[in-house]
Design a protein around this ligand. Structure first.
Ligand SMILES: Nc1ncnc2c1ncn2[C@@H]1O[C@H](COP(=O)(O)OP(=O)(O)OP(=O)(O)O)[C@@H](O)[C@H]1O
Ligand SMILES: [Mg+2]
Length: 317
């Protein structure tokens, strides 16, 4: 078996100060090479602190963190060569232009001048920043600045790319562009760890998601697995009319896939774990009983309901 690209064991961080704050409370993660992994959690959950410890910026209180089998605490310099970071804030060097931000990063990681220039040019091309090469980074829009930060994080070809809430506060179009770029990187085999408090983002991008809150992992599974395991039923709502409504309700509830069928005036609400073909079955059962169906809709399971089931709370902004 190959070593996982990211591995943490009982990783913990307690910030000191007047009042101690347990930011990360014993986290075990294992992310294999090539995976697109998400840390999903609300503000203050501990996401940035986990990234901070994995990227050598934050010193763990206890536990271990490894990148490609290298202990980041014992060998920070070696670990840094294996990771690229896009942090939550703009960390571009304002005294350098766009291309220089990439070239200096390459030089920092030991590339020769010509090699660093070539790698910078290649990334400017990939990230559609070539026409901005000589611009001041201060002149870049938020979206372009962020694209440049992703490009910079990749200059030294890291084994894993960390992105800390990359789409918080950016416009929808920029967000979709970034998603496409990240998908393309992933398709090329790049291991990615992304944090977000947007469920749709984690759902759209990640192969596996660790749901974190108060410094703990509440669940770690594929988006589909999370939805399956944590009570996020599909909800079918039908607007119905006719004499046989109670009979239809009872028949619906007797179906193996159905958890519950509730009649509320002219609305029939059916929750089900497995919704495959269920809507069609209900509509034809209604027809058999002489019940008219005016409207029918099906809501898929969502990560919102997963978070609600795991924490008993709505995901706070
Ligand atoms: N330098 C620090 N000193 C003291 N406490 C801190 C420090 N950094 C973070 N914390 C606390 O640790 C907890 C976790 O913070 P962290 O920034 O890791 O969460 P997060 O999930 O990244 O949140 P956000 O979504 O707001 O970025 C919070 O309660 C926070 O107040
Ligand atoms: Mg954070």
């Amino acid at each position: 078996m190959s070593v996982p690209t990211i591995r943490t064991r009982a990783l913990r961080k307690v910030y000191g100060g007047r009042r101690e704050a347990v930011a990360v409370d014993g986290i075990d993660l294992e992310v294999p090479a090539g995976m697109f992994f998400g840390l999903l959690g609300p503000n203050g959950a501990g996401k940035s602190t986990v990234i901070g410890m994995l990227t050598t910026r934050v010193d763990p209180t206890s536990g271990t963190a490894e990148i490609d089998g290298i202990d980041v605490r014992r060998h920070p310099a070696a670990a840094k060569r294996l990771l690229g970071v896009v942090s939550q804030t703009n960390t571009l060097d304002r005294s350098l232009n766009v291309a220089e931000n990439l070239e200096f990063h390459g030089r920092y990681f030991g590339m020769r001048g010509r090699e660093a220039k070539a790698r910078a040019a290649e990334l400017l091309e990939t990230f559609q920043l070539a026409d901005r090469a000589r611009s001041s980074v201060a002149a870049l829009s938020g979206g372009l600045a962020q694209r440049l930060m992703v490009a910079r994080a990749l200059v030294h070809r890291p084994a894993v790319l960390f992105l800390d809430e990359p789409t918080t506060g950016i416009d929808p179009q920029t967000r979709i562009n970034l998603w496409e770029q990240l998908r393309a990187l992933h398709a090329q085999g790049q291991t990615i760890l992304l944090t977000t408090h947007y469920l749709d983002e984690a759902d759209a991008l990640c192969e596996r998601i660790a749901v974190v809150d108060h410094g703990r992992v509440l669940a770690d599974d594929s988006p589909a697995g999370l939805k399956r395991e944590h009570g996020s039923d599909t909800l079918i709502t039908m607007t119905v009319e006719g004499g046989g409504l109670e009979g239809l309700r009872a028949q619906a509830e007797a179906l193996p896939a159905v958890a519950q069928a509730v009649l509320d005036g002219d609305r029939l609400r059916v929750t089900a774990g497995d919704s495959e073909g269920l809507l069609a079955t209900l509509v034809s059962a209604a027809a058999d009983r002489g019940v008219t169906v005016h409207d029918a809709s099906s809501q898929p399971p969502s990560l919102e309901s997963v978070f609600l089931a795991l924490t008993g709370r709505e995901l706070r902004e």
